[in-house]
Design a protein. Structure first.
Length: 366
């Protein structure tokens, strides 16, 4: 009886211990198994093969005028001068001012009650012309009076009745009087105009003052622009000029239209008047911009889309019907991350952005 009791207690203890082991295993094994799975999974995932995905990027069109800031060096010619003939009396009126366009027959002013005319002739008139006078200056007076509208007077170098009539008409127009000249021309009526026309830059006649001394400048013509040469703009890092001005034009503030250039980076003669109007007479330099007459258009693509072959040829690949087609291009710099190319046909609107990963032979140019 004693022996059976002992065996029953032993069996009870064994059963209790077994259940304890099972309970511990139920709580401990799942976390342990999870830890093993986490430890093993990275190695398993890294061993799985990965397939690159083709990436395409849209082609962006970029317009570039290649603007270059420049300095325009101006060269000027001093304007012609009108000088006082042998006048006497008071200046009572002015016919010109700074900016006036003086041509043959323009009224310079009124001195001693007579209008004084700017007259273009081979040389100044230097003596009175009346009865008995002959010489080349008489023939020149006939030509001058004809240019002022006093009729055809021929080319005789001798004073005659027809010339006397024209002189009287001239005096009447200058003075407002019907008589008083005696038919004798006085050289002080004319101010010699040595050019066909000039723009007055400065007028030295003053109303209410005595007539200036003979030979004194009374009108100084504005300086005339004779040339305009293009140079790199001044500064710490001046931008060099293009290799050639061909296809380039010059833009200057105040000039409505771009200016054409010669092969030597000089503004053409025909364009100088427009530039003259935008500058102050005597101004040494103007600022301008040199640019393409017709802006260039380029295609902008990601840097990774451009492949350069062993021979230096560059190309890009564009999606086609079930394949990728290569296009030979010429590259130029672009914004960060992009390359500007030309040679890409306009129908191509997107390119393969990762040809080295997608195409055989790393997408080398054919």
């Amino acid at each position: 009886m004693v022996s059976l009791a002992v065996n029953s207690r032993d069996l009870s203890r064994v059963a209790t211990a077994a259940w304890s082991v099972l309970l511990v295993a139920a709580f401990v094994m799942p976390p342990f198994a999870l830890a093993i799975a986490v430890w093993a999974s990275p190695q398993n995932l890294s061993s799985l093969p990965s397939k690159p995905v083709a990436l395409t990027a849209p082609v962006q069109l970029v317009s570039d005028s290649e603007n270059v800031p420049v300095a325009v060096k101006l060269s000027w010619k001093l304007g012609a001068q009108l000088v006082s003939p042998q006048w006497s009396g008071l200046v009572t009126s002015l016919g010109v001012s700074a900016g006036s366009d003086i041509t043959n027959g323009s009224v310079v002013g009124i001195v001693a009650g007579l209008k004084r005319l700017a007259v273009s002739s081979p040389s100044p008139f230097y003596r009175p012309v009346g009865p008995g006078v002959t010489g080349p200056d008489v023939a020149e007076l006939r030509s001058a009076l004809a240019s002022l509208g006093y009729g055809g007077l021929g080319n005789s170098d001798a004073y005659d009745t027809s010339l006397a009539v024209a002189i009287r008409r001239l005096y009447s127009n200058l003075s407002g009087l019907t008589s008083g000249s005696g038919g004798v021309f006085q050289p002080a009526w004319f101010v010699w105009l040595p050019v066909s026309s000039l723009v007055a830059g400065k007028v030295d006649l003053v109303i209410g003052t005595p007539a200036p001394a003979v030979g004194s400048p009374i009108v100084v013509g504005a300086e005339t622009l004779t040339s305009a040469a293009i140079q790199p703009a001044s500064g710490p890092s001046p931008v060099p000029l293009p290799a050639s001005p061909i296809s380039h034009v010059l833009s200057v503030p105040g000039v409505p239209e771009p200016l054409a250039l010669t092969a030597g980076f000089v503004v053409t003669i025909d364009e100088l008047p427009s530039l003259d109007r935008a500058a102050t007479p005597g101004q040494p330099v103007l600022s301008g911009t040199l640019s393409l007459a017709h802006p260039a258009t380029f295609a902008s693509v990601p840097n990774s889309a451009v492949v350069v072959g062993a021979n230096g040829t560059a190309c890009v690949w564009a999606p086609g019907a079930g394949h990728y087609k290569s296009y030979k291009v010429t590259t130029r710099s672009g914004l960060p991350g992009t390359t500007e190319v030309y040679g890409l046909p306009s129908p191509v609107t997107s390119v393969l952005a990762n040809p080295a990963q997608i195409l055989a032979s790393a997408g080398a140019c054919p």
